[in-house]
Design a protein around this ligand. Structure first.
Ligand code: G3P
Length: 232
């Protein structure tokens, strides 16, 4: 089984500009290959970060548009050429309807990007699974940014989502998000059947980011190597 630690830089100051690059470099220093550590960057920082660190980098959003007159939209091909490996769609802080999500997944796949779609509920996860994203993150909005993880507050939601999504499309990789702060939260997310976690404040806003990363990585099973920093 392969595991994932997605770190969403959002628009936090610590996830912007030079600070975003430092954070991505710190993440890369923990990259042992046991867990895929994925910075989820602001679009403006993608090119620099993707050229500076040996990690698969995701964008935070893409629009279902093609080349042409679409001022202000985020073109999937543009993300790809900036070095993105994939993108998030329908994050709780940038919600879209199913029509948008379906079209955006199709456009991103057409541009060669992986997609992690987010779902706020079991019902939404069922609907979005039919559009075959590569990853589906279950994130109850009320727990985002808090100190109680979804794996503790609502383990049933995670278990049920894993079961339902597998029935619809067993290829989809299910990820747990919202309020993940400790190694125990990560371990629980894996125990409930998901392949990793989607974290923001627990790392990006942590005073000691190195310690936060090390702590969360230690929650992955049999991840002895990533308990300490990788050799440069
Ligand atoms: O994108 C991940 C996110 O929404 C979870 O945020 O701060 O609860 O880890 P946070």
């Amino acid at each position: 089984m392969h595991y994932y630690l997605f770190v969403n830089f959002k628009t936090y100051e610590e996830g912007t500009g030079e600070k975003a690059l430092s954070l991505a470099r710190l993440m890369a220093s923990f990259n042992t290959g046991e867990v895929d550590i994925i910075p989820v960057c602001q679009a403006a920082g993608l090119l620099l970060i993707s050229q500076s660190v040996p990690l698969r980098v995701f964008a935070q959003h893409a629009d279902p548009v093609g080349f042409g007159a679409n001022t202000g939209m985020i073109l999937p091909e543009s993300l790809k050429s900036a070095g993105a490996f994939g993108t998030i769609i329908n994050h709780a802080e940038n919600k879209r309807d199913n029509d948008f999500v379906k079209k955006a997944i199709g456009r991103c796949h057409g541009a060669g990007l992986k997609v992690m779609a987010c779902a706020e509920s079991l019902e939404r996860a069922r609907q979005i699974a039919k559009f075959s994203p590569d990853f589906l993150a279950i994130e109850p909005p009320e727990l985002i940014g808090g100190d109680i993880s979804v794996s503790t507050a609502n383990p049933g939601l995670i278990c049920d989502s894993v079961k339902e999504i597998r029935k619809i499309n067993p290829q989809i990789i299910v990820i747990t998000g919202a309020g993940i702060k400790s190694a125990g939260d990560v371990a629980k997310a894996i125990e409930l059947g998901t392949s990793g976690v989607f974290v923001a404040s627990g790392i990006v806003c942590a005073k000691d980011k190195e310690y936060a990363l090390q702590t969360l990585l230690s929650g992955f099973p049999a991840n002895k190597q990533s308990r300490s920093k990788a050799e440069p």
